[in-house]
Design a binder for this molecule. Structure first.
Ligand SMILES: NC(=O)c1ccc[n+]([C@@H]2O[C@H](COP(=O)([O-])OP(=O)(O)OC[C@H]3O[C@@H](n4cnc5c(N)ncnc54)[C@H](OP(=O)(O)O)[C@@H]3O)[C@@H](O)[C@H]2O)c1
Length: 262
């Protein structure tokens, strides 16, 4: 059967493709006929995933990089240019959190969240977007979070990076819309992945949504040019309701819910 998706035959670069939401976003794009550039730090994971995709007839390229390294986005861009690949779809998904009291958390782990969730997201978009604008064609998905709708004590830096991601995506979406480039902010609620274990944030792990469902809704939204997608129904409700509540009340409640046990 012919694949009629907009993404058919186009190259998509997915960051954080070694697990969780990123891996499923890549699978969903492959299902719609895209070719995949897979990036993350764990090369063995990327190789196993590329083999799975190749078995289904998807062309892939692996670029193992650590996005805490400020030079990594430039290396990723250079590798795609060097291979003569036109990247039409950029999925800025790699990210991490760190649960705990801000005054006790190791500073490097706090700063890594800013580096990966914000700095690398901006840098990759700045590298790939101008070519999309020139071609009058392109799609960028930025994985933010429902954590971007309110401050979150004990995930303070993480939630702040995610409001950055959402506002960044929504603002550039407006700037590039007239050039035919679509930008979508993906705001998942709690999702089944390695996130909570790595962030040591199991206190916030409840009613997780399957990654495949999040990815399908995200790629549908990207294809339709939606600016923002909240794939979880109760996430949509909470994001709406918090607009009417005083911030102090929200942070007080999250403090009760999430304060680490001594
Ligand atoms: N799970 C949730 O409940 C949830 C909810 C809302 C938003 N999100 C967001 O969804 C995105 C994906 O997270 P996930 O839930 O799928 O968690 P995950 O399973 O832990 O996946 C995180 C991905 O990011 C990559 N990554 C982390 N640090 C990196 C670094 N320094 N350099 C390069 N890649 C790095 C990881 O790959 P390597 O370890 O191989 O480098 C992995 O592929 C994140 O932006 C997260 O903030 C998650």
């Amino acid at each position: 059967m012919a694949n009629t998706s907009d993404f058919n035959g186009k190259w998509a670069l997915v960051t954080g493709a070694s697990s969780g939401i990123g891996m499923e976003l890549a699978r969903e794009l492959a299902r719609r006929g895209a070719k995949l550039i897979l990036t993350a730090r764990r090369r063995d994971r990327l190789e196993a995933f590329a083999a799975e995709l190749a078995g289904q007839g998807t062309e892939t390229l692996i670029l193992a990089e650590d996005l805490c390294d400020r030079e990594a986005p430039q290396r990723i861009f250079a590798a795609t240019e060097g291979a003569g690949i036109v990247v039409d779809i950029l999925v800025n998904n790699a990210g991490l959190g760190r649960y705990g009291e801000f005054v006790k958390n190791p500073i490097e782990q706090e700063l890594d969240q800013v580096r990966v969730n914000c700095e690398a997201t901006v840098h990759l978009a700045r590298l790939f977007l101008p070519r999309m604008v020139e071609r009058r064609r392109g799609w960028i998905l930025v994985t933010a979070s429902t954590a971007s709708f309110q401050p979150v004590p004990y995930l303070a830096v993480y939630a702040a990076t995610k409001v950055f991601d959402r506002y960044f995506a929504q603002a550039i979406a407006e700037e590039v819309a007239r050039f035919g480039v679509k930008v979508t902010a993906l705001c998942p609620g709690p999702t089944e992945s390695e996130f909570f274990e790595i962030a040591n944030a199991t206190a916030f792990k409840r009613k997780v949504q399957p990654t495949a469902e999040v990815a399908r809704k995200a790629i549908d939204a990207l294809a339709k040019g939606k600016r923002t997608i909240l794939p979880k129904r109760d996430g949509r409700l909470t994001a709406f309701l918090v607009r009417f509540l005083p911030v102090r009340l929200i942070t007080w409640y999250v403090d009760k819910l999430g304060r680490p046990k001594d």
